[in-house]
Design a protein around this ligand. Sequence first.
Ligand code: SAM
Length: 226
Amino acid sequence: MPPSLIAVAERQEPLEAQPAPLPLADWLPGEGAWEVELGFGKGRYLLRRAAEDPGVRFLGIEVVSRYYRMVRRRMRLRGLDNLMLLRGEALYLLATTLPRGFARAVHVYFPDPWPKARHQKRRLFEADTVDLVLGLLAPGGRLFFATDFSEYGGRVGRLLASHPDLELTRRRGWPEGPRTNYEMKYEREGRPIVRWEARCAAAGGLHPEGRAAVVAAVARDSDDRE
Ligand SMILES: C[S@@+](CC[C@H](N)C(=O)[O-])C[C@H]1O[C@@H](n2cnc3c(N)ncnc32)[C@H](O)[C@@H]1O
């Protein structure tokens, strides 16, 4: 995998040269609230929101270099000085690099559902990974999610509903209409879309099943060492 990168309109550097947790305000100074999009693809939502809300600071994460470069080019052409991009794998960056509890919103639209068991470690919404995603949110922050895979949407809904810190709402659409490139395409095709909004009432809680899985893994590891 190519090295992780960080970019704002006027600057790009390898992420490995940065301290952890990443000092976000050194890259985008100011008082504006933060919003994060994981897997921004061709960047329709992120670029539009950054242009419409100059007082908000946006952070986008995308693993595919081609999309990262495309959105970076557009960010620079449009002179967006409230947008920061990270090229890298989201779960890895969440676990190793990003600060916690800073965002008022996290957006995840049409994430790859990774249906094969061997790809499970890449899923953002499993009991033992969901807290990495939710950990970005400040208390009172909101997660926005959409997918066209009904079964997957149901599974994510059940996972979020069983989290003790979340208040879950099923959304039928967004006030401004379709948000991302995929949502626009799928709405045009008439595909059903599952959308969730989850408000994080408190910060720092863990999904009970995820916590149990981690505790069991640590116990197994300790047994192996005896
Ligand atoms: C199906 S596309 C949806 C793109 C965009 N959100 C939309 O709705 O138009 C999923 C995107 O998430 C990115 N992605 C998938 N897994 C990722 C991960 N673990 N970390 C970062 N990006 C990821 C993919 O590269 C792809 O651009």
